[in-house]
Design a protein around this ligand. Structure first.
Ligand code: PDD
Length: 282
């Protein structure tokens, strides 16, 4: 089955997809993105992803009406062409191609829209059953982490440290010792049976999976507090878990070499994962 690419109005085989070296996404990371999972041919939580994309574009003052542009039909057409039932959509929009000057091009360039559709590689059932190890790293990102910008250097450096340490993810810790989120995931911990997660704001991405899990926790009568926790509180927590489009809901059983809880996925994480899977199947 083919991996599909879409570049500025045309579907092309992925190896043939090209953009200009003067694209502002390439030169300045002047663009935003979304990653959407497709289960059984249906994009998961597409509407919240499109709304977040619209918000990210607005924050960059990048005027593109994704609805008028028919982005949803482009996504559905990409899924159809790929033939994948379970797929991963990567969508990126930049301020377009223009001679390299920091200020916006005047007149505005036409935004570059690219998309790829690939097979969704879900983590193995064993990984979910065992849980993963993570490390902590300083959060060195900018002050607008709520924008899903393609500028991800601090995230990739932290992730690379995690991989080098044999860990799945790096939890980012701000100057006050508080966990913000993972380098490419949201994070939660369970303390005294309460599910804690960093409050929404400029310092974290408004994760779609995080929002789904908060709702599922409410449905399961698990109390939720959207408040900061210190790294020390994560270390002492009964459970820690990660959430994200490709991660789904995943238990953390070790942090900086220290065991979390019993060292196996705990009851809250297991209940949330089960409830999440039901939303996927539904
Ligand atoms: N990452 N926090 C950060 C910093 C992220 O990059 C992501 C997603 C999340 C989870 O968000 P969501 O639930 O909307 O996927 C949280 C994507 C998947 C990526 O960069 O590939």
């Amino acid at each position: 089955m083919p991996e599909v690419a879409y570049v500025d109005g045309s579907f092309v085989p992925l190896p043939e997809a090209r953009i200009s070296i003067e694209d502002r996404g390439f030169q300045f990371a002047d663009g935003v993105y979304e990653v959407v999972a497709v289960y059984g041919g249906k994009p998961y939580a597409l509407e919240p992803h499109l709304q977040r994309l619209e918000r990210s574009l607005a924050e960059l003052r990048l005027s593109l009406d994704v609805r008028a542009h028919g982005l949803e039909s482009i996504i559905m057409e990409g899924i159809r062409r790929s033939g994948f039932a379970d797929a991963l959509i990567y969508l990126q929009i930049t301020r377009g191609t223009a001679p390299r000057h920091h200020e916006f091009p005047r007149p505005a360039a036409s935004p570059t829209i690219v998309m790829t559709v690939k097979a969704l590689k879900r983590l193995s059932p064993e990984t979910y059953a065992r849980g993963v190890a993570v490390i902590s790293r300083p959060d060195q990102r900018w002050k607008r982490c709520d924008i899903k910008s393609v500028s991800l250097l601090p995230n990739i450096l932290a992730k690379e440290d995690a991989v080098a340490a044999g860990a799945f993810e790096a939890l980012l810790v701000d100057d006050a010792g508080r966990v913000t989120e993972g380098s490419s995931t949201s994070s939660f911990c369970v303390r005294d049976g309460v599910l804690w997660t960093t409050p929404a704001g400029n310092h974290i991405l408004p994760s779609i999976t995080r929002a789904v899990l908060i709702q599922l926790a409410a449905d399961l009568s698990i109390p939720v507090r959207q408040e900061y926790c210190l790294l020390d509180e994560y270390l002492q927590a009964e459970e820690v878990l990660l959430a994200g489009t490709t991660t789904e809901a995943l238990a953390v059983v070790q942090l900086d070499g220290q065991q979390i809880g019993t060292g196996t996925p705990g009851p809250v994480t297991r209940a949330l994962r089960q409830a999440f899977l039901e939303t996927v199947d539904g």
